[in-house]
Design a protein around this ligand. Structure first.
Ligand code: ADP
Length: 326
């Protein structure tokens, strides 16, 4: 079954405070949409609106299936807090949600066994939520949503409470669900979680959709510094661009090897991997510290009040020039 899940100019307020502001987006079957934004930007509220758990004050959420909005959609949601039923054991959670689908017994049993297996809950299936660890509870919350084999799966910050094992399994599950035709939304305030998983990213800032594009577009051409830093370190440099050189106040050379088509006053958003520090006593930048992330070493540089991260090899205290990497 093919379908779309859309928000059309959706607005939601708590009292007088607008927390989701005129948001429009559309997800199709087989797509993964990442929802990124700082904490408090309205991601959870938007997911609740999309799931039909909150009514928007303006706009609407439309779920269409095979061109019709009449069929009740199968939607699974994993909340930030697992929200389990304290008096039901793990397997009973799965039985209860499946009872709404009126499946034949063998199919019901197949799905339960497969969800318990997938989320490593077989040996825990007779435990009550209070007898499970935090990570196990979150696994049960995911199993409860996925046992429905939902057409739409909404995951709210799945990385925050999940144990490493389950977190590493999630991409495989998502890939399979996507191939089965499910549409998936994953929210997070941490970018590393999402870049490789999502086809498209929606950036939410102060309740507004600041940018919507492929992960690559949003990473490489962020609309603002605020959007850029959600996906990894970034800095803004402004100045006068001329003949491939960016000059700051008083003519200081800030950056070389610029795209020669850039001319006049510009504001650039730069990622560390695009910048190379070249030690040179005539340069404007000073290397103040180094940071290692995995196999990558980033240099923290300062020039007057400007600071940023770049790549290169030099020792702390070195002075040098900064170039755009080809
Ligand atoms: P995010 O998921 O991006 O962290 P939320 O959707 O949880 O953001 O929250 C958006 C804003 O709405 C926040 O400022 C939060 O404090 C506020 N908020 C969330 N729930 C309520 C509530 N029940 N009553 C009033 N304000 C709320």
């Amino acid at each position: 079954m093919m379908g779309t899940l859309s928000a059309e100019n959706v607005t939601f307020q708590y009292g007088k405070r607008t927390v989701v502001d005129d948001v429009s987006l559309r997800l199709s079957s087989g797509q993964v949409l990442g929802l990124v934004g700082p904490s408090g930007s309205g991601k959870t509220t938007l997911l609740w609106l999309l799931a039909g758990l909150l009514p928007p004050q303006r706009g609407r959420v439309v779920i269409e299936c095979d061109g019709s909005s009449a069929v009740r959609p199968r939607l699974g949601m994993v909340f930030q807090q697992p929200g389990l039923w304290e008096h039901l054991d793990a397997q009973e959670h799965l039985e209860l949600v499946l009872s709404s689908l009126h499946l034949a017994r063998p199919e019901r049993q197949r799905r339960i066994a497969s969800a318990l297996e997938e989320w490593k809950l077989q040996s825990l299936r007779r435990r009550l939520p209070r007898e499970l660890s935090g990570g196990e509870r979150q696994r049960l919350a995911i199993a409860r949503a996925t046992v429905l084999e939902p057409q739409w799966l909404l995951l709210d910050e799945p990385g925050s409470n999940l144990d490493v094992q389950a977190w590493e399994h999630l991409p495989q599950y998502i890939e399979r669900a996507r191939r089965r035709g499910a549409g998936i939304i994953l929210s997070t305030h941490r970018s590393e979680e999402i870049l490789g998983l999502a086809d498209r990213l929606a950036v939410l800032i102060d309740g507004r959709l600041a940018q919507l594009g492929t992960s690559e577009e949003v990473y490489r051409r962020p609309v603002s510094l605020e959007a850029a830093v959600l996906l990894g370190p970034a800095a803004e440099l402004s100045g006068l661009a001329q003949a491939g050189v960016l000059r700051g106040e008083e003519g200081t050379v800030l950056l070389e090897n610029l795209d020669a088509s850039l001319q006049g006053t510009v504001r650039l958003i730069l990622r560390p991997e695009g910048l190379l520090f070249v030690p040179d006593d005539t340069g404007s930048w000073r290397l103040t510290s180094c940071q290692t992330r995995g196999a990558v070493r980033w240099l923290h540089l300062e020039a007057g009040r400007q600071t940023l991260h770049a790549t290169g090899s030099a020792e702390v205290g070195a002075v040098g020039r900064l170039q755009c990497r080809p």
